[in-house]
Design a protein around this ligand. Structure first.
Ligand SMILES: CCCCCCCCCCCCCC(=O)SCCNC(=O)CCNC(=O)[C@H](O)C(C)(C)COP(=O)(O)OP(=O)(O)OC[C@H]1O[C@@H](n2cnc3c(N)ncnc32)[C@H](O)[C@@H]1OP(=O)(O)O
Length: 165
């Protein structure tokens, strides 16, 4: 596995996301990277990330799928263009659709493994299938449809002072 995290290449102004922003001290700070043609992230839930006692909260699991999916989409788009992630023009993706299926309860204990597979990359859209496993068993599967951020959204974001992002 390469130790080159996608989120470390996000520009500062896009690094406040609750799920994956490295500058969000209250957030999850998910880190994703390539593993061959798949992507992978590890996340250690805290004892307070609880649903039913002993099991991980489903909303947290959805967040992990969401941010791993959008990170994977961005990395895939750069790879498709044969470019490094910190090169211009930026390829910024947001979630258009997030689908999550909880297959079995996710035990709260060791680290979770989040894996992404790109199923479609076309135009401004990337579709990523994501699984979350605990102890080697898939507990949750999801699908993220990520779409490149429209110009008007990027323009508005660029106009906001960093402190208020
Ligand atoms: C260095 C790297 C930088 C990376 C930075 C990353 C940022 C990190 C931030 C972390 C983020 C963390 C995650 C977060 O929290 S992101 C925050 C949550 N997400 C949002 O707020 C997004 C809100 N929605 C929108 O802005 C628009 O609706 C978007 C931009 C998504 C699409 O509106 P737009 O007008 O632009 O789209 P289009 O009509 O041209 O369609 C384009 C294609 O997309 C397909 N489609 C559209 N919608 C849907 C849908 N609901 N289901 C299925 N498919 C959909 C559509 O069919 C078409 O496909 P095709 O027909 O061509 O096949």
């Amino acid at each position: 596995m390469q130790n080159d995290n996608f989120q470390d290449h996000y520009p500062d102004e896009l690094s406040y996301c609750y799920g994956c922003g490295r500058h969000n001290e209250h957030g999850l700070q998910l880190k994703s990277s390539w593993d061959g043609d798949e992507t992978v992230a590890l996340f250690q839930p805290k004892p307070y990330h609880i649903a039913v006692p002993g099991y991980v909260y489903g909303g947290l699991l959805a967040s992990l799928i969401d941010c791993h999916g959008t990170g994977t989409a961005s990395a895939a788009a750069y790879r498709n263009e044969g470019r490094a992630m910190d090169t211009a023009p930026p390829l910024r993706f947001v979630t258009a659709s997030l689908q999550v299926d909880y297959l079995r309860p996710t035990p709260l204990g060791g680290p979770l493994e989040i894996r992404g597979k790109i199923s479609e990359l076309k135009g401004r859209k990337v579709v990523v299938n994501v699984t979350v496993s605990a102890d080697g068993e898939v507990c949750v599967q999801g699908k993220v449809i990520a779409v490149q951020m429209p110009e008007h959204m990027a323009a508005k974001m660029d106009a906001i002072e960093p402190e208020s992002k």
